[in-house]
Design a protein around this ligand. Sequence first.
Ligand code: PLP
Length: 402
Amino acid sequence: AASGSAVAQLRRRLESELEDIRGAGTWKSERVIASRQGPHLRLTDGGAGILNFCANNYLGLSSHPEVIRAAVEALEKFGAGLSSVRFICGTQSIHKDLEEKIARFHQREDAILYASCFDANAGIFEALLTPEDAVLSDELNHASIIDGIRLCKANKYRYKHMDMQDLEAKLQDAQKHRLRLVATDGAFSMDGDIAPLREICQLAQKYDALVFIDECHATGFLGPNGRGTDELLGVMDKVTIINSTLGKALGGAAGGYTTGPKPLIDLLRQRSRPYLFSNSLPPAVVGCASKALDLLMESNAIAQSMAAKTQRFRSKMTAAGFTISGKDHPICPVMLGDARLASVMAEDMLNRGIYVIGFSYPVVPKGKARIRVQISAVHSDEDIDRCVEAFTEVGRKHGALP
Ligand code: PLP
């Protein structure tokens, strides 16, 4: 009876918490897709031929035939999974090959795979930093960086978003510590803005700090060869550590990694808890990512076409009278301000066959609601033009445009 009442109490508490979420208008519902990921989707609730503008499928590789074939071949040759962590009996030749390929892609010494970039971020700070050290983190960094930093015992500094004066002040204060690590997203996923890495690296040099970047929204498509923000901004030799995902541009299956100096990677294999205490990446997932990297290393055509599509959307939307946050990034937040406006416009876009998502507080600051559009290299020019036309109609209807 005692445990029965505990369960009843828990249910009441959870139901009231769920009610609060609904009441606050922040409930996240999940649309169910009945087709592969791609620019054109079928939804289970009837929608067919839906134009999709909200996946992180930046290069369209999630459903690329060669990527799928590589996954099937890896599955057949290496099985469904390892039933083991890496250091017991969970390392296959394909895991070593992929790590070597990732390091080569980023021009770094070595790389280590994780089940996700969330895990890579959860594992790095605790393994690397002690109470003698300091970490300086952009206030808008991804939740997984924030959580990873929470887990470590270093001295923590949070600098204002991309504010170099504030970062410099915090670096000055952090001089008393043994080691300083500046941690930033390379590209920020809510605003589509790109970290000022040149300035960050200059400050890091001046104050003898290391630079860590999370490249989830950059790997594969930013920079002339898609290497990421560090290539785009000409600081590949100045950023020490990169964490990124295999779950977005690089095939979209799952997985994450850290790449950087060999002794750091060696240490992570010994100490990083999400690596040590979690199953190996499944072979099919390794196969996808490995093929995606091959495609990108063969040619920069896909990364280049991504940039052209982004430019088309951003310039046409701006000409139509919308404000698009960020610059030169396929994350194109259409800034609307009002949360209700963002939500009804997104709904009306879906009525016109365009799948986009509205974001409002607490995901973004109050009064800065937006619809986030994400461009993919496999959107056709016609897809992009259809999206702009629908936005223009819906914007006029709901008063977002004159
Ligand atoms: N870091 C950033 C900036 C992200 O946007 C994400 C995914 O949303 C992650 C880390 C986590 O990546 P993964 O999906 O591989 O866990």
